[in-house]
Design a protein around this ligand. Structure first.
Ligand code: HBI
Length: 368
């Protein structure tokens, strides 16, 4: 039994090199990494976190901080992107650390969507589990991901089927979903009269559609999230001067959920194929129905007509119709779906099983 052999697991979580944990630049990955670390520690495993300098977490485990330059976000690049090895790179330093210290761990869990961790996997003597945080973005990344999916079967995990299907090796992706600690979210059955939009304020998140819907319905919209693209936000404010919108900033989860839980509905208006949509399960956990464009991960999470509405992508008129039908949805069903499918316990089991499956594979004992 593999579990006995590796109990407790000694895990190294290699975070995203685009931003310190707590900065918000790493989006959902910052949040998932901390949730998973906390859950693994609760289960008796040892977790070290390897992350850019200045990272802070609420998890009681060592953070190994790496100094240097942050990696450029893959989201700003395109399909023909070349691989950027920058000078004084945090990413290369993270993997130099791994090369030196790998014998202290049973398993590396890589959260970075970068070429280097995948390229180096065959040269590391212990298994690397890759949690891929986005769909297909570039040819060169697809190539290295495909290579690892063949060389080390079962070591690439994604959040959703929709995300897997953006890759040519979809059938070789393990689908692990996501999970949140439901204790952090209080169910609310009597909402106030406003809507919420929660994401990094950046063009691929389609904020203008939600603002237009707020203007059309006259229902106030509270906006939360990292203000990543200031000119984009300014152009929205210029184009929708009289829209009833309010930007509350990038709030920690505790404060964010206090605003989220009292809303009538949560609008997801993403332009790109969102791999998962952490905020969708946070919303369900509060009993808040989700209105989302019918693409990517959120469309797999929301049960149309029960815990939210799926709307044709970019169709603001449909968005408005869905908002006017929010009262047809059952808020308790939203909370119950989060409890059944997205609790940290369910997620912890999925991830622990994934780790043990990787460790149980003989391919590692035959590693060159
Ligand atoms: N870009 N280069 C790079 N590496 C990452 O790990 C990365 C990224 N862009 C966004 C991102 N990770 C996370 O915000 C994902 O959750 C989207």
């Amino acid at each position: 039994m593999v579990a006995a052999q590796f109990n407790p697991l000694r895990l190294l979580f290699a975070s995203t090199p685009v931003g310190a944990i707590g900065s918000g630049i790493g989006g959902g990955v910052e949040f998932i990494l901390q949730n998973l670390a906390r859950e693994m520690i609760l289960r008796g495993h040892k977790v070290d976190i390897l992350a850019p300098e200045g990272s802070t977490t609420e998890v009681d485990c060592p953070i190994i901080e790496i100094t240097g330059e942050l990696q450029t976000s893959m989201q700003q690049l395109n399909r023909d992107t070349q691989i950027l090895i920058i000078s004084n790179s945090i990413l290369t330093r993270m993997w130099e650390f791994i090369g030196k210290e790998q014998s202290n761990y049973h398993l590396i869990v890589n959260f970075a969507y970068d070429w280097l961790p995948f390229y180096l996997s065959p040269f590391i003597n212990i298994p690397v589990a890759h949690l891929v945080s986005m769909g297909s973005l570039s040819k060169v990344m697809d190539e290295i991901l495909e290579k690892i999916s063949i060389r080390f079967p079962g070591t690439i995990a994604v959040y959703t089927k929709a995300q897997a299907e953006t890759f040519p090796f979809a059938s070789r992706c393990r689908i692990v979903g996501n999970g949140i600690d439901l204790k952090d979210y209080q169910y609310c059955d009597k909402p106030d009269d406003y809507l919420v939009w929660i994401a990094r304020i950046s063009p691929e998140k389609g904020l203008e559609d939600a603002v237009e819907a707020a203007k059309n319905t006259g229902i106030p919209l509270k906006i939360m999230g990292l203000l990543q693209d200031k000119s984009y936000w300014e152009s929205i404010q210029q184009n929708y001067l009289d829209a009833p919108v309010e930007y509350l900033g990038f709030l920690p989860v505790r404060e964010m959920q206090l605003v989220l839980r009292r809303s009538r509905g949560y609008l997801m208006t993403h332009r790109w194929s969102e791999a998962f949509g952490m905020t969708a399960i946070q919303s369900l956990a509060c009993g808040v129905p989700v209105i989302t464009y019918d693409k990517g991960g959120p469309a797999e999470i929301v049960r149309h007509g029960q815990t939210g509405w799926l709307v044709e992508s970019g169709n603001v008129a449909e968005l408005v119709k869905a908002i006017n039908n929010l009262d047809k949805l059952d808020r308790l069903a939203c909370r119950q779906q989060a409890e059944a499918e997205y609790s940290i316990q369910v997620y912890g089991n999925l991830m622990e099983n994934w780790f043990y499956d990787i460790l149980g594979q003989t391919s590692y004992s035959l590693r060159s």
